[in-house]
Design a protein around this ligand. Sequence first.
Ligand code: ATP
Length: 364
Amino acid sequence: MTEQKLQICIFEGDGIGPEIMAPTLRVLSCALKTISAPKMRFEVHPAGAGHYAATGEALPQSSIDAARNADAILLSAMGLPSVRKPDGTEITPQIELRFALGLFAGVRPVRVFPGQPTPLVDPRASEIDFILVRESTEGLFAHMNEGIVCHENATETLRITRATSEKLFDFTFQMAERRAARKGRKARVTCVDKANVFRAFWFFREIFEERAKAFPNVDTDAAYVDAMAMWMVQRPWEFDVMVTENMFGDILSDLGAGLLGSLGLAPSADIGEDAAVFQPCHGSAPDIAGKGIANPMAMILSSAMMCEWLAVQKDLPILDLVARSVEDAVAKVVVEGVSVTGDLGGNASTEECADAVIAALMAD
Ligand code: ATP
């Protein structure tokens, strides 16, 4: 056992955010201890709608600095519809953090655990296992606070750069290769765009094809985003890794979460060259906040993604074991269907669901 202690910056978020963060840290601590992995130090920092309402700042500089200095960042759901900036938009520190830390790759896994119920009736739905990589710093979000609105019209700008696209595609091909090696098969990456209509997407696709040449072990193809939206419902089990622009990725990742049956099961990571944020795909769910009934699994699975990333980043393969054990424990609880929360048809509270995950961890 090593003495190394990893520093994890924690943002507890708003609404159900703190309710799902606490059990996640319990599950993660238990998994680290069970496997004798390096310890983690969890340090909570302020950010979010609550902090904005109290101080006028959604993401203080001290929190950005803490995030920058940490080994990884765990961030819970943020924002509240009732807390808005003077221009009417919600505060979004999680997006600000992507820009501040250069987190260009949004990784959104969509995986149905064997035996897990899904909204699709086709039996092949149990084979759904793909990853959507969403560019996270440009596209239609590049100038997100600078949209021009006048009485007659409103204009937003979509921006795609060569430098970020090259980094995005290289990251995606490398991730696809690692994943294919784990699964013992060839990797396939699909570029999702609208290259038939917009020049910016033709530019995006050309860079994808250029960078693909450096990864001869990866099969590649491309699809238009509208067709992909249909195929993600008709035959989502056929895809391996997809890569797309920011706004398209924003929309398709919720469609992916829909295939899982609940947003409460959809984890995510926003990854840059030397920093990464791990957070659930869902928002702060104010409609169920304070009731203790939120599904903690998306947050728990996000912490497993953090372990998987740290395993590579810090050369600590034991953290891969931690990630797998947390995922397996969540899968067991989901498939048994007993200690699950209301969004998955159960009656368990957030804490009871987390207790069941811990029991599954200890049983292995
Ligand atoms: P945002 O735009 O911030 O992502 P949103 O408007 O998409 O937020 P969410 O807060 O994600 O909305 O909630 C959408 C619906 O899903 C709500 O009915 C909410 O209660 C439900 N939901 C979201 N997360 C969970 C969860 N972890 N457990 C149970 N239900 C959830």
